[in-house]
Design a protein around this ligand. Structure first.
Ligand code: ARG
Length: 460
C-alpha cells in the first residue's frame, strides 16, 4: 500500500491508476496556488495567535509557504497527480521542506473550507480585473462618443432606418450596457467577500479558532455564517459567470453592429487593420475577425454558466466532489471575458467613422418622416392624419427617387395646406437631431452633456 497520500490511513489498496488521473484536479487548480498560500499563511498565523501553534512553528510554516510560492512562480515546482490537487501538493512540499511541523498546518481546517476560500480569493481578484477592463472600455467608448457627438447616422428599429441619431449617442448606449455590467460585478464582489475558513469539513472545528482574525488578514468583509453553507456554496461563482455572460451578450451585440457597419454595404465604420485579417483566396477581403470572434466566444461563457448552474442543481449539503468541476468553467470564463474586453478596449478608440456614408444613409432613408408628422401636429393636424399625410409624402419621394428634404414646397402643400416654408427645418437630419435636446436625447448638445455625466460616473 502506497503511503504517498495524506489520507491513505484507512485504505488497504492503492488508488486505481486511471481513477487517480480521473479524480485529480491539480492539472487546472494549480492556478489557485497564490491564493492557496495566502489562505494557509493567514490560517497558520491565526493558529499561533490562539495558541494552537507556537510562534516558532508558525514562522517556519510561513517561511516555508513563501518559499514554495517562489518555487512555483519560478516554474521549479514538481506537481504530482498522485497528490490530487493544489492543496495537497503544496502541503506535502511544505513538509518535505520544513519537516514534521509542516504537518500541523492543516489543524482545524479541511480542504473543503480551504478550496472554497481559495476560489473566493481568486475570483475576487478576477472580478477586480474584469471591472477594470470594463471601465477601460467604457472610457474608450466615451473618447469616440465625444469625437462623434455631432455625427448624424440613421437609427434603426427592426434593422430598418427609423430616425436620425448621432453616432455619439449610439455609442453612449454601449456605455450604459457596460455600466450595468460593472454594477453587477461590484454587486457579486460584495456578496462573495466573506470567509469560509473555519467551517472545516462541514461542521466547524473543536479548536479555539478566530475566524474574524483570518477574515481581516485576507481582506474579507466578514465570515460565512453557516459552516455547511460555507463549504457547499458556489453561488459566487455562478454570479460572476452570470455577470460575465451578460458582458459577453453585450459585446456580441456591439460585435454584430460593427460587423454590419464595416461591411461595404453599410460602410459606416472602418476597423483598424491591426484587428482584421485578409482572405487567403480573395484579395479584396478585410474581415472583421475580432468582433466575429468575440461574438463567437459568447457561446462558451453561456455554456459555462449553464454548466455551473447544473453542477449545483440537486446537490445535497454539504461539500460534494462535484464541486471540483466548478473551476474550469470559472477560469475559462475569466480568460474569455478578459481577452474580449481587452481586444475591445484596444480596438474601439481606433474605430474610424465614415461620416459621409452615415449622413447619406440617414438622408436617404426618410429618417425625418416622424419629424414631418410632428411638424404637422404643431400646426394643428391630429397625429393620425399627420401620419397618413407623411406616408403619402414618403411615397412621392420614393417614386421620384428623392429624399424628403428635396420635395418642393408646392408638392408638400398639395398633401396638406398646413405646411409652410418653415417645414424644411424639420425635414433636415440636423433639424431632427437638434430638436431632441432633452436628457437621454440624441442632439449633439445632449450627447455632450451626457458624456460629462458619464465621465463623472466612471470616475466616481
Ligand atoms: N480538489 C477539491 C476540489 O476542487 C478540493 C476539495 C477536496 N475535498 C474532498 N473532501 N475531497 O473541490
Amino acid at each position: 500500500m502506497s503511503k504517498d497520500k495524506p489520507w491513505s490511513g484507512r485504505f488497504t489498496e492503492a488508488t486505481d491508476r486511471f481513477v487517480e488521473e480521473f479524480t485529480a484536479s491539480v492539472g487546472f487548480d494549480r492556478r489557485l496556488y497564490r491564493h492557496d498560500i495566502a489562505g494557509s499563511i493567514a490560517h497558520a498565523r491565526m493558529l499561533a495567535k490562539v495558541g494552537v501553534l507556537t510562534g516558532k512553528e508558525c514562522e517556519q510554516i510561513v517561511n516555508g509557504l513563501e518559499e514554495i510560492g517562489r518555487e512555483i512562480a519560478a516554474g521549479d515546482f514538481a506537481w504530482s497527480t498522485a497528490l490530487e490537487d493544489v492543496h495537497m501538493n503544496i502541503e506535502s512540499r511544505l513538509t518535505a521542506r520544513i519537516g514534521e511541523v509542516g504537518k500541523k498546518l492543516h489543524t482545524g481546517r479541511s480542504r473543503n473550507d480551504q478550496v472554497a476560500t481559495d476560489l473566493r480569493l481568486y475570483l475576487r481578484d478576477g472580478i477586480d480585473e474584469t471591472l477594470a477592463a470594463v471601465k477601460r472600455l467604457q472610457a474608450a467608448i466615451l473618447t469616440v462618443a465625444e469625437r462623434e457627438a455631432a455625427t448624424p447616422m440613421p437609427g434603426f428599429t427592426h434593422l430598418q432606418i427609423a430616425q436620425p441619431v448621432t453616432f455619439g449617442h449610439h455609442l453612449l448606449a454601449w456605455f450604459e450596457m457596460l455600466d450595468r455590467d460593472a454594477g453587477r460585478l461590484a454587486d457579486a464582489r460584495r456578496r462573495l467577500n466573506l470567509l469560509p475558513l473555519g467551517a472545516a469539513a462541514l461542521a466547524g472545528t473543536s479548536f479555539p479558532i478566530d475566524r474574524e482574525h483570518v477574515a481581516r488578514a485576507l481582506g474579507f468583509d466578514g465570515v460565512c455564517e453557516n459552516s455547511l453553507d460555507a463549504v457547499s456554496d458556489r453561488d459566487f461563482a455562478i454570479e460572476f459567470t452570470a455577470a460575465a455572460a451578460q458582458i459577453m451578450m453585450h459585446l456580441s451585440r456591439m460585435s454584430e453592429e460593427l460587423v454590419l457597419w464595416a461591411s461595404p454595404m453599410f460602410g459606416f465604420v472602418e476597423l483598424p487593420d491591426a484587428f482584421c485579417t485578409g482572405s487567403s483566396i480573395m484579395p479584396q477581403k478585410k474581415n472583421p475577425d475580432v468582433p466575429e470572434l468575440v461574438r463567437g466566444k459568447t457561446g462558451r461563457v453561456y455554456g459555462h454558466l449553464t454548466a455551473l448552474l447544473t453542477l449545483m442543481k440537486g446537490q445535497p449539503l454539504a461539500y460534494n466532489k462535484d464541486n471540483q468541476e466548478d473551476k474550469e468553467p470559472v477560469f475559462d470564463t475569466l480568460d474569455t471575458v478578459l481577452g474580449c474586453l481587452r481586444a475591445y478596449g484596444d480596438m474601439v478608440p481606433q474605430l474610424k467613422a465614415n461620416r459621409e456614408r452615415m449622413l447619406a444613409a440617414a438622408r436617404g432613408g426618410y429618417a425625418t418622416a416622424t419629424d414631418l408628422a410632428d411638424y404637422l401636429v404643431r400646426k394643428g393636424v391630429p397625429f393620425r392624419d399627420a401620419h397618413e399625410i407623411v406616408g403619402r409624402a414618403v411615397r412621392l419621394a420614393i417614386d421620384t427617387h428623392r429624399d424628403l428634404a428635396a420635395l418642393k414646397l408646392e408638392e408638400l402643400q398639395a398633401l396638406s395646406s398646413a405646411i409652410g416654408q418653415d417645414v424644411y427645418a424639420s425635414l433636415l437630419v440636423e433639424g431632427s437631431l437638434n430638436a431632441r435636446r432633452h436628457t437621454g436625447g440624441t442632439a449633439p448638445e445632449a450627447v455632450r452633456e451626457a458624456i460629462v455625466r458619464a465621465r463623472r460616473r466612471l470616475d466616481g
